[in-house]
Design a protein around this ligand. Sequence first.
Ligand code: PMP
Length: 400
Amino acid sequence: MSDLFSKFDPLIQQRETLLSTGITDPFNLVMESVESPTVAICNGRRTILLGTYNYMGMTFDPDVVQAGKDALDQFGSGTTGSRVLNGTYQGHKECEAALREFYAMDHAMVFSTGYQANLGIISTVAGKDDYIILDIDSHASIYDGCALGNAQIVPFRHNDIEALEKRLKRLPAEAGKLVVLEGVYSMLGDVAPLDKMVKVAKDHGAMVLVDEAHSMGFIGENGRGVAEAQGVIDQVDFIIGTFSKSVGTVGGFCVSNHPKFEILRLVCRPYVFTASLPPSVVATAATSIRKLMHGSNKRAHLWENSKRLHGGLKKLGFTLGTDEPQSAIIAVIMPDLEKGAAMWEALLHEGLYVNLARPPATPANMTLLRCSLCAEHSAEQVEEILGMFEAAGRSTGCIG
Ligand code: PMP
């Protein structure tokens, strides 16, 4: 019998080598308790959280928490069914209404995760004989959406407008085309030139899908994302988003103005063949989304945090993913996995949690310490974080 697990041997070996140095497993950390959006207890120690997607700090918002408790009492713990059978409750409709209002769009469809929203929309909208033209650094859920469907996949170089145009020019003029972009790319925290890319896509007769997972609630005048900030949201056919970041719970969605959008509820398999979100989850999501419509003060503070951390890390001598802060994600580039893991652990000992990111999640084989800021981080906390980076950077030799 051949062992189907033998293909994982190189990864098992790499992990064993890393862990044999006595380092804490960076992919097995336990949050023993969580005090707030910015502080948790890890390994018995008070730890500042700088590696969550809790950008707007909504997880402990009293109204959000109360809405979840009320829904749990009134509707029970779960729906035990698909949206197209017994799984559509009043709360799911209210959540979709909140999304339509938030984005000022005609249609909103809630999925059980953002991953499933990409999987579902991409695989359903782009069929056989159609083309999906996507940025090569797209999120795994976008690639998996492509793999689930039957369209031809045409990748282009990250954020390269000319490469996108070149690919589009080569495709048959009459073919169906879906250009898939992200507002903020989560590994380096860089923003896409959506204004130019959406124009190029439209000039070539393509529909456009933008995943705004990491910009919702924060970027754009109303927090609708990079497409709003760059003035092209009206030309975007589908916006994909998630409740697992700024909204502060779990779930995914697609909003659109396409007049035939509602048919997707019957043909989109990752929507139909899975249970709908629990009533408590959609209640927290709807409350949070409505509060994010009035989040401009929080957005301003989050930008301040991002600028303060980016500037401070640069001054300490770290190499960062972007020259200027472009989002709430600041990526610190590490020379290799060993140094990255050592620095990650040194930071944890200082009382700071960041994400250790490595291939295949990262572009160009990079090892990154990914920092994501929260609107609830105080300016003092950001200064404290910089002190921790300085100490850990010196003890590991990452900075001089
Ligand atoms: N799109 C992007 C760009 C993401 O980064 C993520 C998750 N990190 C998702 C989609 C999936 O979101 P969810 O956690 O809701 O599955």
